[in-house]
Design a protein around this ligand. Structure first.
Ligand code: ZN
Length: 371
């Protein structure tokens, strides 16, 4: 789910108001499109297995003491965290990974050194982006009995959010430079989704639904139930203007690492809230049109929110600002193309309603209806 459909739509929506002129015109014209298509990446998860890996990264797999062992480079991280082996006749032998330097990946089997050119492997990795095992092509060795070098991936299933974000960002810039406006809008909407997911602490841990700590259901509690109950009436959505992000690698990794630091608090605060509220009042049934849905009671949600001390709202606001800043940065990196007022085949929104909304938001809490 991740932030829930509700929150993803809203974050993209509010991000539009952070974007400065003249670019904001593009987003205001297509505010419905940008909001609605915020949930496309989640819809795709039903259609293919690898989509899911783009929405999280289990950092606990990659933390040593307090620092992350990943190098923030898709090729390097995949190579260094994977298993390598070599085929010799019918036998398969594990190969030791010695390191990466001078553009070469160094592997060792018995006393044989194998050096692989990073460009060649990078191409193999791109070609097999979502394969968990494959052979390295153009593998040349002086030892003629080595037939095949096999790579086994350990990175994909622990999540690839930051890497995927970066490739999505480059695609967006490319599209802005010379692609179609409707494709720009689609990419903006989807990039907003992944950036927002990166702000959710439970998207950075293998205990993503409290399953390891007896807290099943905490995922939706944090990112869906709390925003649904409190975002509209109690969160502030005005986060200031979007800013240019120079280093996109540091940008996404800092978000991920700051999310990860909050994981313990997310889990512990739920235990605190549970103890404060009578067990009978933890779950309620709510009438949602055609069905009754079992969900956390408002009082329990309020206690959880308070025990976290404003964390959900802080991450919500940080998401809005980050999404707007990335759209704005992509546009600057693309050379400030004029993308608004164009025929896209999509219906345009009346901008006078939106200008009024911007004023309401600037004056503090957003109170009116959003449409
Ligand atoms: Zn997601």
């Amino acid at each position: 789910m991740e932030w829930g459909f509700y929150a993803h739509r809203k974050i993209n929506y509010y991000a539009i108001f952070t974007v400065p002129p003249p670019l904001n015109q593009l987003f205001k014209e297509h505010i419905d499109y940008i909001s609605e298509h915020a949930i496309d990446p989640d819809k795709r998860r039903y259609a293919n297995t690898y989509e899911g890996w783009r929405h999280y990264i289990d950092l606990d797999s990659w933390m040593k003491e307090d620092s992350c062992v990943l190098q923030r480079n898709y090729f390097l991280d995949r190579a260094m965290t994977g298993n390598w082996s070599i085929k010799q006749g019918e036998e398969v032998h594990a190969v030791e990974l010695c390191g990466f330097h001078s553009g070469q990946l160094h592997l060792m089997h018995d006393s044989y050194n194998l050096s692989l050119d990073s460009v060649g492997i990078a191409l193999d990795f791109l070609e097999h982006y979502y394969h968990d095992q494959f052979s390295i092509s153009d593998f040349i060795t002086e030892e003629y009995t080595f037939e095949e070098l096999i790579f086994e991936d350990n990175l994909l299933e622990s999540g690839i959010l930051p890497y995927y974000f970066l490739s999505g960002y480059h695609q967006l810039v490319k599209e802005m430079k010379g692609g179609s406006v409707s494709e720009v809008l689609q990419k903006c909407a989807e990039l907003g989704h992944y950036i927002s997911d990166a702000h959710v602490p439970l998207h950075t841990t293998s205990n993503y639904n409290g399953q390891a700590t007896g807290q099943e259901g905490i995922h939706a509690f944090w990112e869906t139930r709390i925003p649904e109950l409190f975002a509209e009436g109690e969160f502030t959505h005005w986060v200031g203007k979007a800013e240019y992000i120079g280093n996109k690698v540091d940008f996404i990794w800092e978000i991920i690492l700051s999310s990860h630091k909050l994981v313990d608090k997310v889990l512990n605060a739920e235990i605190t809230a549970r103890a404060q509220i009578d067990e009978m009042d933890h779950f309620c049934f709510e009438d949602r049109g055609s069905q009754f849905v079992r969900t956390q009671c408002p009082e329990f949600a309020k206690a959880y929110r308070e025990a976290m001390g404003g964390m959900v709202e802080d991450r919500w606001k940080a998401s809005i600002k980050a999404v707007g800043s990335i759209w704005y940065s992509a546009w600057l990196d693309a050379g400030e193309p004029e993308l608004w007022g164009m025929e896209t085949g999509l219906p345009l929104k009346d901008s006078s309603i939106l200008n009024n909304m911007e004023n309401v938001m600037k004056n503090g809490k957003f109170l009116g209806r959003d449409h």
